[in-house]
Design a binder for this molecule. Sequence first.
Ligand code: BG6
Length: 516
Amino acid sequence: MPTGISLPEIGYEQVEAQSYEVAPCAFVLFGATGDLTRRKIVPALFRLKLQGLLPDPFIIVAFARREKDDTSFRADMREAVRTFAPHLPVDGAEWEEFARHLYYLRSTLDDSEGYARLSSRLSELDTEYGIPGNRVFYLATPPENFSEIIQHLGEAGLNRPGTEQGWARLVVEKPFGYDLASAKALNSELKTYFAEDQIYRIDHYLGKETVQNILVLRFANQIFEPLWNGRYIDNVQITVAETLGVEGRGNYFEQSGITRDMVQNHAMQVLTLIAMEPPVALNADAIRDEKVKVLKSIRPFTPQDVAKWTVRGQYGAGVQQGEEVLGYRQEEGVDPRSDTDTFAAFRFSIENWRWAGVPFYVQAGKRLPRRVTEVQIQFKAIPDILFARQNWSAIQPNRLVIRIQPDEGAYMEITSKAPGAQFKAQPVRMDFRYGASFDTPISDAYERLIYDTVRGDASLFARDDEVETAWALISPILEAWRTLSCPLFPNYSAGTWGPEAANQLLTGKAAWHIPQ
Ligand code: BG6
């Protein structure tokens, strides 16, 4: 039993939402020599193996261009895990057992013959290991390769499982589209060969423990739901802050900007989980139905709204954690006159009964003072009677702050009497920290997401209409920014909380929550 929370003593410790089957399968990795594979995917697979969460048998087939074979690929992956997950035991029998099931198939991504070889290799391995034709295809390549891989997989018949009883699933990495038109085009390419229930679109934020906890916090506690509406809540703020700059990804970031990189996907996912109605069941479609309804209820932005309710920023040189850092325009791969946003803030209006009149503020940025993602639910002030008449300026409205990362957890700020003979009020915190309440460390988002693809649970993946609806909201903003005059960039220094203009976005007495 974890400490710090108490469950009723009736003999259960965990409530599994729904059970899914973990069946033997082959896991085919495209982009197998890339950074994501080394940093995230293979360490996550190995950790799953160590926890006994992978099916047996489970084989991994890397499909990539570089000249390698099974032996050199296994050695490379061992080094990758040693580097990116140094606490994992790569020198023992567990690694040897894991590595024996790693295979390398060399081919370029545009070579039909390579996919035919993949198909026959998978059949051979199915027979050798007794795998009933189950396959996961994981696209961990840059997005410009998605189309050709999808098409080749389809033409090689790999969109279908290896046997009639088996299944075939396709995992698609971010970014999913560049705007609404490209997201639609990608969805339609996918649908040419794969059914929606075969497609798993990654947004790694959904794999974060604390993002999943939003659902549990909201719907497994009686105390929040009655207050979770515009009658009691004044405004909601979502902050996604990073200290990093573009880290050598200048070329990519020039095409993307913070809004495509972190808002359309990660921040909007958090927003929908905060704002959604209770789903009718804890399954993929029921949850995603409710999330899509939220996106559809957000008031679309006209160009006038864009001018009024959005703020863009770009960092200039500054001091970040004691070190001088370059401005965005001086970063490698960045146009010295670039108008790309490295900070963006928005005021969204959700036009439904629950949220009418409650602004949802979202801000995301690079080179901010702290790496922190938090949601603040700001409750309304108490009525101006009783204590307020005592001129108690210390009475602050209650706040619930959900700490997505780091220091995962949540706190509720309430007003309490300060000790002493005088009658003074002071805000205090009821604080829940994952680290203090549970012995188990927080797992990496990729671990959870890969586990779910193998189990066939798509709840933590974005559905076609969800991605398109989010783009339908964000694309007009990006288009309007192209025509509206751009602020004078840079408009904030690295190491500060974004441009001054972001403060003017908030209405009434609201102020941006500064994560502590
Ligand atoms: C990625 C973005 O999707 O998310 C990166 O492309 C960003 O630019 C990253 O740094 C943030 O993820 P996390 O899990 O570190 O918050």
